[in-house]
Design a binder for this molecule. Structure first.
Ligand SMILES: [Zn+2]
Length: 343
């Protein structure tokens, strides 16, 4: 029986990979190289293949499959990156992003191993389902990944569908073309701030990293004597979500109010996720989830006001447990599903 798969986290800055056991343990420290995301497909492919080769060498075990977490619209069934705005190359002045790139086949041919892939935030949810707070048995898990943007993933189980569903464990909702689960673009105010996706009032527009930072800078201008302002030495450039958390830990009401506001926005959307999916677990991942209690208290208070009470009773809203290496673990979870599905 196979002892390892390789999980790959392809990011706009770095590509990371590690061998992962069936139980979700990293079998050696992740290997990391620059992804050369703006140097064209061949350059990035070479970086991916090299990183995977080194991860295989480091683990000393031949992997049964490779699972890749890729940011963008991924058609997993065809192994094609339909659109990935962080990847591409300059043709003169114009940056041509990846469109319809057959990435899975290219990696498979280079390594002669089965390759599966999916959207990074979707797979983070699958990894958290099997190796984190989902314990491989939660009756449905919805995950938000808070960071530069807000990613999402929906893991469904047999407990949440009616009819002839005979699968085991959790399966990802990917939709018709692989684009489902874009929970960060849940709209909570149709007249809200413009989002990077072109719409208005998405939770990403309200609660992405830059939005939190901007909110904090504005609060600092109005409250120059606050703990947060002192920690930033009055310099708006010093403000970050981590610094807001540091001030909140010291009881700064200005910083606490920021997390309250962010948690309220997220809570409104999470109430809708609870009403739509009736999941057992809502997991909040990404570095910004480390804001901890002030953020989660606001989320809990808001869902109490907005979610259907009987559905809320069955649901736990908790921090993700596998925030570091979420992409690698998600890729590995998908790869293990692929291996287990073989006759
Ligand atoms: Zn949006």
């Amino acid at each position: 029986m196979a002892a390892a798969v390789i999980g790959v986290d392809l990011g706009g800055t770095n590509v990371r990979a590690a061998a992962v056991s069936r139980a979700g343990e990293l079998l050696s420290a992740p290997v990391q190289h620059p992804s050369r995301a703006q140097d064209g497909f061949q350059a990035t492919l070479q970086q991916i293949v090299q990183t995977i080769r080194e991860a295989i060498d480091a683990s000393g075990t031949p992997p049964a499959a490779i699972g890749m977490a890729v940011p963008g619209h991924i058609d997993a069934a065809r192994g094609v990156v339909r659109w990935a705005p962080n990847f591409g190359e300059y043709k003169g002045e114009i940056f041509e992003v990846w469109r319809e790139v057959p990435l899975a086949d290219a990696v498979q041919q280079a390594l002669n191993l089965p390759v599966v892939m999916g959207n990074d935030a979707n797979l983070a949810a699958l990894g958290e389902y099997y190796y984190g707070v989902g314990r491989g048995q939660a009756r449905g898990l919805i995950m938000l990944t808070l960071g530069t943007g807000i990613g999402g993933g929906v893991v469904l189980t047999r407990a949440q569908v009616q009819g002839n569903a005979h699968w085991d464990g959790g399966v990802l909702l990917v939709g018709l073309g692989g684009g489902a689960g874009e929970l960060g673009h849940t709209i909570i105010n149709f007249a809200g701030p413009r989002c990077g996706c072109g719409a208005r009032g998405c939770i990403e527009a309200y609660a992405k990293r830059d939005a939190i930072t901007e909110l904090a800078r504005e609060a600092m201008r109005r409250n120059p004597d606050s703990v947060m302002s002192q920690l930033a030495a009055g310099d708006p450039a010093q403000i970050s979500p981590a610094l807001v958390s540091q001030a909140a830990e010291q009881g700064d009401p200005i910083a606490l109010a920021i997390w309250h506001e962010i948690g309220t926005y997220l809570g409104v959307a999470i109430a809708s996720f609870i009403n739509i999916f009736n999941p057992e677990v809502i997991a909040i991942g990404g570095q910004i989830a480390k804001a901890g209690a002030p953020l989660f208290e606001a989320i809990h208070a808001t869902v109490r006001d907005y979610a259907l009470p009987t559905l809320l009773e069955e649901c736990r809203i908790v921090p993700a447990e596998r925030i570091e290496d979420a992409g690698i673990l998600g890729g590995a979870a998908l790869a293990w599903q692929h291996v287990n599905a073989q006759p």
